[in-house]
Ligand binder design. Structure first.
Ligand code: UT7
Length: 328
């Protein structure tokens, strides 16, 4: 019997501070009406503590998951953290998380593929399960986007939030789990969404800080144009490759970057909005955390055997789709 990687538990963490559209109206030249109609976002959670970042949120999400499952951190063999806002350039956030939760038997590493990081990480993790190499793997998406957003820039300040979500992967032979996935990449899209400074091409300097080059730079309409096509295309591809009709799909689990992109994806799939996991209004775009935050929020509505299509699009460009049969 074929071994597949089943999601057998989920956990999440969201910071307490809620940044509303009304607060943004007071600090930048924007309106609640503009933000809601263009993006669907009403508020987002922000991690205000100066001494806490992505590793902290990832560890909190992992601890919640372990406690729900009644598992010891010593049972975990591998931790993969999806993030674009690692605590440091190195060591990897996964190493720090392992220490924070006491996963002394685990090794780990980070995956960075912008907003596609979580699907890339989930696909990578599934290979360690399918090969028989590991039996308990944590995949965590965590981003403190507030650390790289210029809150004086109305183009980006309204879009992003902080948060983390974690899933546990274990082997199964019952026909559920991760059935299929397809990742894409097109680096020629780099100029439309990126963080100019802080890497080896443009190391941090007084000039890069003065010029605000450590913040997210985005040409919103250029990204939107490609995202709206590619996210829908890859979701439809997942259905076609796996002979699924819209009736077969229990839920679409889309990356939460813009409600209009999500609606276009659902429309292309022929799936009604009541079958779409949508929480962008509360959390904004949490980058690597959007998909596991959806799974954690909808966990109680899911049944064993439910067909889920996960789909994402992000900087790079990167995009991907994943077909998952829910396992519990
Ligand atoms: O997660 C990774 C992938 N990211 C995405 O997929 C994001 C893709 N892009 C988007 O979601 C949308 O492009 C945005 C939500 C970022 C922007 O929506 P848009 O409909 O593309 O608006 P726009 O950038 O074309 O701006 C329209 C107008 C402009 O004014 P003019 O030039 O028409 O006079 C902007 O200056 O709205 C203005 N504008 C704003 N007005 C009020 C831009 N930001 C704001 C703002 N409040 N916050």
């Amino acid at each position: 019997m074929k071994i597949t990687a089943a999601i057998t538990g989920v956990g999440s963490y969201l910071p307490d501070y809620i940044l509303t559209n009304e607060e943004l109206e007071r600090t930048i030249d924007t309106t609640n009406e503009w933000i809601m109609s263009r993006s669907g976002i009403s508020e987002r959670c922000i991690l205000k503590d100066k001494d806490k970042a992505s590793a902290y949120m990832a560890a909190e999400a992992a601890k919640q998951l372990l406690s729900k499952k009644g598992l010891s951190p010593l049972d975990i063999e591998l931790i993969i953290v999806a993030t674009v806002t690692p605590d440091h350039q190195y060591p990897a956030t996964a190493n720090i998380v392992a220490d924070m939760i006491g996963a002394k038997n685990a090794w780990g590493f980070d995956i960075q593929a912008a907003c596609s990081s979580f699907i890339y990480a989930l696909t990578t993790a599934s290979k360690f399960i399918e090969s028989g190499a590991h039996k308990k793997v944590l995949v965590i998406g965590s981003d403190k986007m507030s650390s790289i957003v210029d809150f004086t820039c109305r183009k980006t300040a309204i879009l992003f939030g902080d948060g983390a979500g974690a899933v546990l992967l274990e082997p199964t032979t019952d026909g559920t789990g991760i059935i299929d996935s397809r990742m894409y990449s097109d680096g020629s899209g780099k100029k439309y969404l990126y963080q100019p400074a802080g890497g080896s091409l443009m190391p941090s300097s007084i000039e890069t800080v003065t010029n605000k080059e450590h913040f997210v730079v985005m040409d919103g309409p250029a990204v939107f144009k490609v995202a709206v096509i590619k996210m829908a295309e890859v979701a439809a591809e997942m259905m076609e490759r796996n002979h699924l009709t819209s009736d077969d799909v229990a839920f679409l689990v889309p990356h939460q970057a813009n409600k209009r992109i999500i609606e276009a994806t659902a429309n292309r799939m022929g799936v009604s909005m009541d079958k779409v996991m949508l929480n962008i209004q509360k959390y904004g775009n949490t980058t690597s955390a959007t998909l596991p935050l959806c799974l954690a929020e909808w966990e109680h509505q899911l049944k064993k055997g439910d067909n889920l299509i996960l789909t994402t699009f992000g900087a790079g460009f990167t995009w991907g789709g994943l077909y998952l049969k829910w396992s519990y």
